[in-house]
Design a protein around this ligand. Structure first.
Ligand code: ASC
Length: 150
């Protein structure tokens, strides 16, 4: 059995260091994945937004649960923007692939701001949630303006 350990280690290291994009069988799967992540993110961001805007009563537990989901989702779409995913039924603009550093800056900023939203929601303080919600919304919008059709 001992001789198998190095092999298992090599396999583990290879799969860890493989580019994230390799997780998708084809580009369309990556597009579907990133859209799904954005859809779930928007749904839960919207639930927080309904409370921030007073459309539904503030429920700190519901807000914190949704904000945590937004934070998690904000980490996911980016690996779905790999090679060959710039075509098909998409709203993503070509600039994403010609300005990859700038696009990544936006993606990173979203993750920072959604973490702040999640932390604010955990405090149960609606004013803190409102502030953090606004910052996340601006981050969403900045990227949409630059990198999304319509
Ligand atoms: C949302 C949502 C977005 C952002 C964006 C903020 O609720 O679905 O894409 O907020 O509209 O400007």
């Amino acid at each position: 059995m001992k001789f198998l350990a190095p092999l298992a280690m090599a396999v583990a290291i290879t799969s860890l260091s493989a580019p994230a994009f390799a997780q998708f069988q084809k580009p369309e799967d990556a597009v579907k994945y990133r859209k799904a992540a954005f859809t779930v993110m928007a749904s839960h961001f919207g639930r927080v937004g309904a409370m921030v805007n007073g459309r539904v009563p503030f429920d700190p537990k519901v807000a914190a649960d949704s904000a945590a989901i937004v934070e998690t989702m904000s980490k996911l779409p980016w690996e779905g923007f790999g090679p060959g995913t710039d075509k098909g039924d998409i709203r993503a603009l070509p600039a994403i692939w010609t300005e990859q550093a700038k696009f990544k800056e936006g993606a990173d900023k979203l993750q920072v701001e959604t973490a702040k939203l999640s932390a604010a929601a955990k405090t149960g303080n609606l004013d803190a949630v409102k502030t953090a919600f606004g910052a996340v919304g601006q981050t969403c919008k900045a990227c949409h303006d630059a990198y999304r059709k319509d």
